[in-house]
Design a protein. Sequence first.
Length: 310
Amino acid sequence: MARHLTLAALLALTLSGCIGSDDAGTKVQTTAISTQAEIPATMQGKPAKAFFGAQPVASRQSPASFGGYSRGCQAGAVQLPETGPTWQAMRLSRNRNWAQPVTVDYVQDLSRKVAQIPGWKGIYVGDMSQPRGGSMTSGHASHQSGLDADIWLLAPQRLNLSRAERESISSVSLRRANGAYTNDKWTRQHMEVLKAAASDPRVARIFLFPGAKVKMCDEATGDRSWLRKIRPWYGHHYHFHVRLNCPRGASGCVDQDAPPPGDGCAEARQWVSNILNPPPPDPNAPAPRPRRDLTLADLPGQCVSVLQSP
């Protein structure tokens, strides 16, 4: 995939969000994983994000992820507390600090590990999911099934930020040359944070800008198995995006393919090469399809009951 990046695609590296990260090796759910429940007439043909974005709290159901990371929803989500001893949830106005219990547990576990790294008091947590998952009103194509979380690359100096401060403070960009290299704000501690994040067996993969992956490939010693989970992707220079595996026994949850064998360093170096020397566009490449809003008919049948649940 990286060998055929066009210049237009490379410009997407200027984005700092997770837009499009659902395409990074994700299995696309094209049919409902169970018989599609009857969709109420008032919901038919309308963007699913309008319904999921309007939900203020989780459904009163047992925790479950339905569908895939970019076409799914979640039942029985729990809310990451706004503040803990080693974390703070950011941008609280978005109401996106909801996820499956395994994700909330992971974030808290990671925060405790990171708090032991010199210069880091813990972590700032960006977007997780909406209370019932599903399509977001802005900013993400994934984060739909309660198994994704964004972790800021800014080392917290304080963990008592007010709500207003959490809306105004910004993370820090670590990229240089459109993501081909790290800049002078990158530290060895950033690699230790990412190693801690990727070493957890619950993690499927982590998305990060290519230059940082190559930097770690050049500097990591000893056990390098954790590098396999860190995958180059557009943007992701203000935060890294953690994606968890489907919990064991979660029959309605759709995993994406495992990362290719090896540490992924050659792939990351190819990304960097394509940033620095963009290949000419393929004249035979089909025109990109405009992204359309998902409707409930695109999602697993369980998502109707998730929306209808108290």
